[in-house]
Design a protein around this ligand. Structure first.
Ligand SMILES: [Zn+2]
Length: 212
């Protein structure tokens, strides 16, 4: 969700209160990765496992963002590039493992899926509320808020998958939702990589004009 910042605010996360809140959000994401991954493997749900990977990605991303606050622009665009490539790997992994499941069908446990999706939804809503006051910050600050908000929507999609599995008594809704999540990872990965490469090339132009 890039390109939605009006440039009306220049808050770049340099505040102790914001950093503390970011720590809470990182902890929530880290715990939810383990909970949802273990439940996802136990319930044989591709959608839960994909959603769990999102929590892992966010834990790492927010952790790196916290570390990058106040660092140089160059470093921050390298961090963004790393973020983009990790997301790309995650997308490929979910696509691959879900495709495999189409040929070796499993039967996900709809009850576990539903319960964990609700828990994940609660976790993301809490993160959104914690970050609410900072949603108009710079691109980095804003992306953390947007990501938690999008993830809460994603959790509801997993909940729909759980109902679909329960209703159709088949794994297909689970696999379809896993594909949807993988496509979202892929499109964010491409966006982030493009943006980071653009920023890097702009910095190179700036530094080369500085040298002359
Ligand atoms: Zn996320």
């Amino acid at each position: 969700m890039a390109g939605c910042c009006g440039g009306h605010s220049h808050f770049d996360g340099m505040s102790e209160k914001y950093k503390r809140i970011l720590w809470y959000v990182i902890a929530i994401n880290g715990v939810m990765f383990f909970v949802e991954m273990i439940a996802g493997i136990g319930a044989q749900s591709q959608a839960l496992q994909a959603d769990a990977l999102d929590f892992l990605g966010d834990t790492l991303t927010y952790g790196i963002s916290l570390w990058a606050i106040g660092k140089s622009l160059q470093l921050r665009s390298n961090v963004a590039l790393f973020k983009g490539y990790s997301l790309l790997l995650m997308a490929l992994w979910v696509f691959g493992s879900t495709l495999y499941r189409f040929f070796f069908l499993n039967m996900p446990d709809a009850t576990t899926m539903g319960a964990i999706a609700l828990l994940a939804f609660a976790a993301n809503v809490i993160s959104v509320l914690l970050l609410m006051r900072y949603k108009d910050g710079d691109a980095n600050v804003r992306s953390v808020w947007l990501c938690s908000r999008n993830d809460a929507i994603g959790n509801l999609v997993v909940l729909v998958a759980a109902s679909g599995v329960w209703y159709t008594d088949s794994a297909v809704p689970d696999l379809l939702v896993a594909f949807v999540l993988a496509s979202l990872f892929l499109s964010s990965a491409i966006q982030i990589i493009k943006q980071a490469k653009l920023e890097k090339s702009q910095q190179q132009t700036v530094s080369s004009t500085d040298n002359h």
